[in-house]
Design a protein around this ligand. Structure first.
Ligand code: ADP
Length: 474
């Protein structure tokens, strides 16, 4: 594996926080390097340029004086040239014979001392035409010029300038810059690591919540902070997704436990009668009749339950196909009432007023809905009680009420009864049911824009009023 591939592979194995920290530190280091390089060059120029300029100026001025004079060595007096030297510049003139004819600072290191200390490599801050030598603790620049009068031997002019203090300042600054770099890098790594860890904490929390979520328990949710950043948005979206997933899963779990409970009764009844019939019951015509009736009734209940479940499941999946058309509500009400009156002998069932009205809907579904309220009215009214149905026109609505003189519904349960599987537990009054009838009636009502009003008093009775829109044009 190539080095780059290996680095890439290693980098990919890091945590995101480490990757962000390293990336951030690398950018910071680059920035620091650029700033430092600029500062380094700038300071170097600011420190060494004046020294070099002083040497350069001195050399130009002395050269001019010499040109004007064009004199022999004897005229090269120190005081004549000294005036032309910039501050701190030392001049030494040595003839070709090696005689020092001018030396503006006798204590300055000799040429031999300078030559012995010449730096092998020219420092980056020094111009090429200058020589740099280290003598003892001092650093010295030397510029050289050759002068040859017409009527005399030549002489070499050496210009010196000490740059020790400049170099010291420069080195100190270099050390400060390196120190700042190291500090900056450590600081960047520390701050980067801290910030990325803090920023990515929600991801850690999401991971923990996601780990704990199982099919049986989906209650866990990601804690949402006040921040309005992308991670908070992601957390909210994931929580919403969990809500959406949990709802059908919960209702599925509820349904499975409900169905297994509800199917137990008919299964027990079927098995019980079959066993009794096998053990001689079939020979008793009385018992045979009773068994057949019981089995038919259980089978009917079961069929109704399955139809309701199938209806609600299709409703949930938006697969219900309604065949809507203009219907005569009064005909449907009359029809349902006639059938009820035939099958129910224990209660007084009355149709008070049946206003002729046209509605727009699915005939079977509307019938089913009205039947649920009528059957409940009978079911939750003790034998001997009465059920009254009435329909009146109210503007563009028909108010169809089904009132019973039954056990009534406590105020706290009057909305809950429309939830699936909800049944009011009543020790004094037992009635068979699935807890799905009103849920189905509510679904049909919603599909037809029908509003359901409940008015009930415990022990006195209940009135359900269906507010049904009439068909346009009626
Ligand atoms: P069920 O199959 O139990 O009747 P429903 O969904 O039709 O299921 O009704 C839900 C619950 O509402 C019933 O269990 C019952 O407690 C209550 N309820 C419905 N209709 C009436 C009524 N007319 N009078 C009193 N209670 C009623």
């Amino acid at each position: 594996m190539s080095l780059i591939k290996r680095i890439k592979h290693r980098f990919n194995s890091f945590q995101i926080s480490t990757k962000i920290t390293l990336g951030y530190a690398a950018c910071f280091a680059m920035l620091l390097l650029i700033i430092n390089a600029v500062a380094w060059v700038g300071v170097m120029n600011a420190l060494f340029d004046p020294a070099e300029n002083a040497l350069n100026r001195s050399m130009i001025r002395v050269a001019q004086v010499l040109e004007n004079l064009n004199a022999n060595h004897d005229s090269l007096h120190a005081d004549l040239l000294e005036n032309e030297l910039s501050l701190g510049v030392v001049l030494r003139v040595v003839t070709d014979d090696g005689v020092v004819v001018v030396d503006t600072d006798k204590d300055y290191p000799s040429n031999e001392d300078f030559n012995s200390g010449i730096l092998a490599e020219q420092p980056s801050f020094a111009e090429d035409y200058l020589e740099v030598s280290q003598f003892k603790n001092a650093l010295i620049y030397r510029g050289t010029m050759y002068f040859k009068p017409d009527d005399d031997d030549g002489a070499t002019l050496y210009f010196f300038k000490t740059i020790t203090s400049e170099l010291k300042t420069f080195n100190e600054l270099e050390n400060i810059l390196i120190g700042l770099d190291v500090f900056g890098m450590i600081f960047a790594l520390f701050v980067g690591y801290f910030l990325s860890r803090k920023t990515l904490t929600p991801i850690k929390e999401m991971n923990e919540v996601a780990r704990e979520i199982v099919f049986e328990n989906m209650d866990g949710r990601i804690p949402i902070s006040d921040a309005k950043d992308e991670l908070t948005k992601l957390g909210t979206t994931l929580n919403e997704m969990l809500d959406r997933l949990q709802k059908p899963i919960k209702s599925q779990q509820k349904f499975v436990s409900y169905a297994s409970h509800e199917l137990r009764t008919p299964a027990t009844v079927f098995l019980g009668y079959v066993e009794l019939l096998e053990n001689g019951g079939a020979d008793d015509p009385e018992f045979l009749k009773e068994a057949m009736e019981a089995l038919r009734s259980e089978a009917n209940n079961l069929q109704k339950l399955l139809e309701t479940i199938s209806f609600l499941s299709r409703y949930d999946q938006s697969r219900l196909k309604l065949d809507k058309e203009t219907l005569d509500l009064d005909e449907i009400v009359g029809d349902v009432m006639r059938k009820m009156k035939i099958s129910v002998k224990t209660h007084t069932i009355e149709l008070l007023n049946n206003t002729p009205a046209k509605i727009f809907g699915d005939a079977t579904a509307v019938q089913q809905m009205i039947r649920v309220f009528l059957e409940n009215a009978v079911k939750y009214t003790p034998a001997g009680g009465n059920v009254k149905v009435n329909s009146v026109r109210d503007g563009d609505k028909v108010l169809l009420s089904i009132a019973d003189s039954g056990i009534g519904i406590a105020p706290e349960n009057q909305q809950k009864i429309f939830e699936r599987y909800f049944r009011v537990s009543n020790q004094n009054y037992k009635a068979q049911g699935s807890g799905l009838g009103l849920a189905m009636a509510k679904a049909i009502a919603d599909l037809h824009d029908v509003e359901i009003l409940v008015d009930s008093e415990l022990g006195k009775g209940t009135t359900f009023t269906l507010v049904i829109p009439v068909a346009t044009g009626d």
